[in-house]
Design a protein around this ligand. Structure first.
Ligand SMILES: [Zn+2]
Ligand SMILES: [Zn+2]
Ligand SMILES: [Zn+2]
Length: 173
């Protein structure tokens, strides 16, 4: 019983419950982005901030064109629909800063849920039901992959692992 409770709360840490205080997630992430940019002597320009805010709307990834649609929707105050190149440049910047990740298997982007270095290994847990993506940084998994790669004479770069399945919230439902 106790064991099950611990396991559940661990799952929730990676996949926040639908009713969690997401405003806090989003404002924490923006604060972290500002601090990261300041530390790297880079600027979180208005477009970079808007792209990050759009990705922080929830814990599901967005494709580049979905992102453009989101920005165009609240674009009345900001002007015209952003060009794809503008969005891709902002995404490239945010990825370089480790604030956004690309989910290769979905061809989409997600705001980083952890405050880790940009070259840290990352395991993405992708829910097939609700589309949420949990981010679990696992040094142990990364070490295993690195040593397996080296045993094959292969030089690994940043390991990114994507695993499809069912998240803790969908499993409970
Ligand atoms: Zn949240
Ligand atoms: Zn991350
Ligand atoms: Zn789910």
């Amino acid at each position: 019983m106790v064991k099950a409770t611990v396991k559940k709360s661990e799952g929730r840490a990676v996949f926040p419950t639908p009713g969690h205080d997401h405003d806090r997630c989003a404002s924490d992430a923006i604060a972290h982005a500002e601090a990261t940019c300041a530390a790297h002597k880079e600027k979180l320009t208005p477009i970079r901030r808007r792209v990050l805010e759009a990705l922080l709307a929830n814990h599901a990834p967005l494709g580049a064109y979905e992102l453009i649609d989101r920005l165009a929707q609240d674009g009345e105050k900001e002007g015209a629909r952003p060009a794809p190149i503008t969005i891709y440049r902002a995404l490239d910047f945010l990825r370089e800063q480790g604030l956004v990740h690309r989910i290769e298997s979905r061809n989409s982007f997600i705001a980083c849920a952890h405050k880790h270095e940009s070259d840290d290994p990352v395991v993405f847990l992708i829910c097939e039901k609700c589309g949420a993506v949990g981010e679990s940084a696992s040094a142990a998994v990364a070490d295993t992959i690195k040593s397996a790669s080296r045993a094959a004479g292969f030089t690994p770069k940043t390991p990114v692992i994507e695993i499809s399945g069912v998240c803790v919230n969908c499993k409970a439902a």
